[in-house]
Write a protein that binds this ligand. Structure first.
Ligand code: LLP
Length: 422
């Protein structure tokens, strides 16, 4: 469910024609719908209403501070993985008690900053990290609230780069032997063990892996309690998929229906960390067709957006629907002729594509295309490769257009570079 629809032949974001925004900010750009973000957050959070819980948005999915502020005002917390993300969420006004911090490579300054901000908890991924957090907390005269991230060895059946809960992945402690680590952690003077964390992967399109992981966590919590530990919270991570193509992943309600009964009997506070399901379909990437190259065996639509702006197709061979901003009907209501083409950007690599072997209504030069479902891991993964300034981000609320990040300039590109002999 999202708010990008044709109206009188023009694709709109809520009440605004996308072509008008393109006129205002140029192309390419990212465009988000506030109503869609709000609805996705509300539906997800509401699905877990039966339990005491916190919905901590996974900041890495979409980290613009306006979007973090919007979600924060709706009551969201934040799942962060770096000092930079901590800085962003604090700037966006999300209070410390709603922040959880995971990741295998936290540094001492990052841990110290998070402790000073009074975060809800660290999700600890290894023994050496636990020792480091204990030391840093001691130096600050504090006790660090921690959950241990457990790797349940469950196959989430997703792309190998984004599965995280298998024993060959770098994340968390293996379940076997983890009880001993919990007991050790509980004995550390500057650590307060409060929970269990797990996150098995991303773009998961089936329920059973979630159920299996939650069942394992429940079992673990019972045995930790039997060993005398007061486990008060369970963070079940994020990972629920979205319909990029025609597959229909489970809804947040279906996920909740399957796991809430297992969780309810535990009497713990639940934390969830959704990213993609909140932001993915709330954003599109708008790009302009520069020209069409028709070769004997192959056609290319060359657009002004590229892999540096939207990396997912190149990196994961990910599919994003691409639709014309002007409805593909002519004035008689007849569908325009299709073209079979690769949609490619200006970057000097054959891996630079937004779509391969795609059939879409033949666009004219200068026409706008919307790359759908680009709100998560779109802008946040973008770079300036090929010295292409990062694109603007725009948020629409009804008929109001907010530019929430302006286009970078060429000056921005070199602003931190120094020629030593000048
Ligand atoms: N929690 C943790 C600890 C995570 O590592 C992640 C994502 C999430 C929550 C949020 O997962 P989500 O609900 O968004 O699936 N760049 C990749 C996705 C990488 C996900 C990394 N971790 C992509 O574009 O598909």
């Amino acid at each position: 469910m999202h708010h990008f629809e044709y109206h009188h032949g023009e694709l709109r974001c809520e009440g605004v024609e996308i072509r008008d925004i393109a006129r205002q900010v140029g192309t390419p750009f990212y465009l988000y719908s506030q109503a869609t973000l709000t609805r996705h957050y509300t539906v997800f959070d509401g699905a877990f209403a039966a339990l005491p819980h916190l919905t901590a948005f996974a900041v890495k999915a979409c980290s613009n501070i306006a979007i973090l502020s919007l979600l924060g005002r709706l009551g969201a917390g934040a799942d962060i993985v770096s000092g930079g993300e901590l800085f962003r969420v604090l700037r966006a006004g999300i209070p410390g008690e709603r922040i959880v911090f995971s990741g295998v490579g936290k540094t001492e300054p990052e841990v110290a900053a998070a402790l000073r901000a009074g975060i809800r908890m660290f999700s600890v991924e290894s023994g050496p990290e636990l020792t480091m957090i204990n030391r840093v907390a001691g130096e600050l005269g504090l006790r660090a609230p921690v959950a241990l991230r457990v790797n349940p060895d469950v196959d989430p059946q997703t792309h190998p780069y984004i599965s995280t809960g298998l024993k060959e992945n770098k994340f968390g402690f293996p379940v076997k032997g983890v009880e001993e680590v919990f007991l050790k952690a509980a004995a550390m003077p500057h650590i307060r063990v409060i929970g269990v964390h797990q996150h098995i992967g991303s773009q998961i399109t089936q329920i059973p892996p979630f159920v299996e992981a939650v069942e394992r966590a429940a079992e673990l919590i019972r045995s930790l309690r039997a060993a005398g530990l007061a486990i008060e919270c369970l963070d079940i991570g994020g990972g629920i998929g979205i319909p990029y193509e025609d597959t229909q992943p489970p809804s947040p309600e279906q996920l909740a229906e399957a796991v809430v009964p297992i969780l309810a009997s535990l009497g713990v506070h639940i934390i969830t960390e959704p990213g993609r399901v909140i932001a993915g379909n709330a954003g599109v990437f708008v790009t302009r067709v520069l020209r069409t190259k028709e070769h004997t065996d192959k056609n290319f639509l060359v657009v002004d957006g590229a892999m540096n702006d939207l990396m997912r197709p190149s990196l994961y061979n990910a599919y994003h629907k691409i639709i014309p901003v002007r409805e593909p009907l002519d004035s008689q209501g007849v569908l325009r002729k299709d073209i079979l083409a690769d949609v490619v950007g200006p970057i000097c690599e054959s891996g630079d594509f937004l779509a391969r072997n795609r059939t879409l209504p033949r666009p004219e030069e200068g026409e706008l295309l919307a790359v759908m479902s680009a709100g998560a891991y779109g802008f946040s993964m973008s770079s300036t490769y090929n010295s292409r300034p990062r694109v603007p981000e725009v948020l629409v609320d009804g008929t109001t257009v907010h530019v929430i990040r302006t286009r970078e300039t060429y000056e921005d590109l070199v602003a931190r570079e120094v020629i030593p002999w000048q």
